[in-house]
Design a protein around this ligand. Structure first.
Ligand SMILES: [Fe+2]
Ligand SMILES: [Fe+2]
Length: 378
């Protein structure tokens, strides 16, 4: 275990160091390697208490840092939900842009006939999340987060998508569906260092589109269905992350009103997750004929049972805080140490930022480091 960073020193005092936490530390090193080594490293070491104080206005530096990191995450969420909505949601004045892809929309509807409405509503929610947090930051004399300079990634060439620069990539995703078994386990918790097998192992073994890349992706039928299935499991992956990050960071805010913001937005992410987990369970078992990606029947061997059964969408009770307590139905993980960096690592591993610039990674890294340095009362 490396102890040569502030992060390492913090982790040294963690009672239950976990694999999850270890991967957070490795991201710190990876992040340092991403940028032009020396200057980025220096910038991170300095992660700018002076800059943060300057940007915090009437907020504590810690509260401002947490809100700025969440604003960035919500801006990223908005960017990819908008891409989903342009092709597979309802395009209207509430969520403008795009004109829809009939075959992609139909493939999504196999998971639920209301998918287009749900995609629209999730997209609108994300718009309001980053817009509200930025407005709140400004109201306190703080600096809002604007990521427009990083909108450099290509749009889908499929009919229905706008041709504009994007923040995120949905065409080469590696989706970790471990959340599926994590929320079904009665004996394990990621905050205890436990790991969880994926529901769809194939989605961890390559890079797959979650939206059609162009109109050639609209057939054969099992290929566009595999793309829709990938989206279905990705929706739940994203929203379970939001479900954890809000309670994780809420533990370190200072002002009651900032706590109220986190406690009021966070559960909407949980409402999204719950919906998407239910829909993903309806993804038809199939093999994509173009790349061999397999969506298994989660209700039959070697899957099936309590860890995979598709209608077990309520969290199973599990261990929490200490094994001396009885199992309890909870959000997991909620460990606060390193939570921001953990979220950034998960999104990076997901492939969402493939093609992004070193400046983008440095920007996100700085925001995460500052958020993870925030302390209640500080
Ligand atoms: Fe959100
Ligand atoms: Fe969300």
């Amino acid at each position: 275990m490396e102890q040569n960073t502030q992060k390492g020193k913090i982790m040294e005092h963690t009672v239950q160091p976990s694999n999850y936490a270890s991967s957070r530390r490795s991201f710190v090193r990876k992040g340092l390697a991403v940028g032009a080594a020396g200057t980025l490293g220096a910038a991170l070491v300095a992660t700018g208490l002076p800059a943060v104080v300057e940007a915090s206005g009437g907020l504590t530096p810690g509260d401002a840092a947490i809100l700025r990191f969440l604003s960035a995450l919500e801006t990223l969420e908005t960017d990819f939900w908008q891409q989903y909505n342009e092709l597979g949601g309802i395009q209207d004045s509430e969520v403008p842009g795009g004109s829809g892809s009939a075959k992609y929309t139909a493939a999504l509807a196999v998971l639920d006939s209301d998918m287009a409405q749900y995609i629209h509503d999730n997209t609108e929610d994300e718009f309001t999340h980053f817009t509200f947090i930025n407005a709140y930051l400004v109201s306190k004399g703080g600096a809002p987060v604007n990521m427009d300079r990083f909108r450099t990634l290509p749009s889908s060439k499929a009919t229905g998508a706008q041709q504009i620069g994007r923040l995120t990539n949905l065409m080469q995703l590696t989706v970790d569906t471990g959340y599926w078994t994590r929320y079904r386990s009665r004996t394990k918790n990621p905050d205890f260092g436990d790991t969880f097998p994926p529901a769809v192992p194939g989605l961890l073994q390559g890079q797959f589109p979650a939206i059609p890349r162009d109109d050639a992706d609209l057939s054969p039928a099992d290929h566009i269905q595999a793309i829709a299935n990938t989206a279905g499991f990705h929706f739940a992956f994203i929203e379970q992350g939001g479900t954890s990050i809000y309670p994780s960071l809420a533990q370190r805010v200072t002002h009651q009103e900032v706590l109220r913001i986190l406690l009021s937005i966070g559960p909407t992410e949980t409402m999204h997750f719950q919906t998407w987990q239910d829909k993903a369970g309806n993804a038809p078992p199939l093999t994509d004929p173009t790349n061999g990606l397999v969506f298994p029947d989660l209700n039959s061997p070697p899957f099936g049972g309590e860890d995979f059964q598709t209608n077990l969408i309520m969290p199973e009770p599990t261990i929490f805080l200490s094994r001396k307590f009885p199992p309890v139905s909870i959000i997991r993980p909620t460990e606060t140490e390193g939570a921001a960096m953990g979220a950034l690592k998960a999104l990076t591993d997901d492939g969402l930022f493939i093609g992004q610039s070193p400046a983008f990674f440095a920007f996100m890294h700085d925001l995460a480091v500052a958020a993870d340095a925030a302390r209640h009362g500080g």
